[in-house]
Structures are given as structure tokens and as C-alpha cells.
Design a protein around this ligand. Structure first.
Ligand code: SF4
Length: 87
């Protein structure tokens, strides 16, 4: 859908795209929790994810331009994945 590909002036995805991504992330996290009983990622995993984000050109300092997520919150969820496959 073309509306979901556009980016706002901030360089972040459109609001509909961000809402869709949050809904998918919540569903993925709940499914992961149902199977593993675990919602949060391990501390070492979070640290490695954040390090990858900090080295990424899509990182704004708080958010990811690719998905619009707040990186520290995204990295803390066990089921999260980087939209560019970097973690
Ligand atoms: S989630 Fe992926 S694309 Fe987004 S800032 Fe982190 S490494 Fe970059």
C-alpha cells in the first residue's frame, strides 16, 4: 500500500505504517510469550541490539527511521527484529 511506504518530514515512516508496525510487534511479542513464557530479551541481547542501532544510519538517537520504533523499547522485547535484518 503506497500510503504505508511514505515517510513524514521527520524521516520516520508514516503514522499508519508506524501503527501497523506496532500492532505487528505486539502480536509477535504475545505469540512469543505464549510459546516461551518470556517477553523481555536477555540483557546481553539488548546490549548488542542497541550497539547495532547506535552504529546504524537509520538511528535518530532515540528512534529507528526505518520502522519508527523507539529503539530501546524495541530492543528489550525478545520477539523484536530489525527491519533491515541487522539483529
Ligand atoms: S532497528 Fe535496525 S534499521 Fe532500525 S536503527 Fe536499529 S539497526 Fe538500524
Amino acid at each position: 500500500m503506497s500510503c504505508c511506504k511514505s515517510k513524514a518530514g521527520s524521516g520516520l515512516p508514516s503514522i499508519p505504517r508506524q501503527l501497523k508496525d506496532v500492532a505487528i510487534a505486539m502480536a509477535d511479542s504475545l505469540a512469543h510469550f505464549a510459546v516461551t513464557g518470556k517477553l523481555a530479551a536477555d540483557r546481553a541481547v539488548i546490549t548488542n541490539r542497541i550497539a547495532a542501532c547506535e552504529a546504524c544510519e537509520q538511528f535518530t538517537g532515540t528512534r529507528c527511521r526505518e520502522c519508527g520504533c523507539y529503539v530501546h523499547a524495541k530492543a528489550a522485547l525478545a520477539a523484536s527484529v530489525c527491519p533491515l535484518g541487522r539483529w
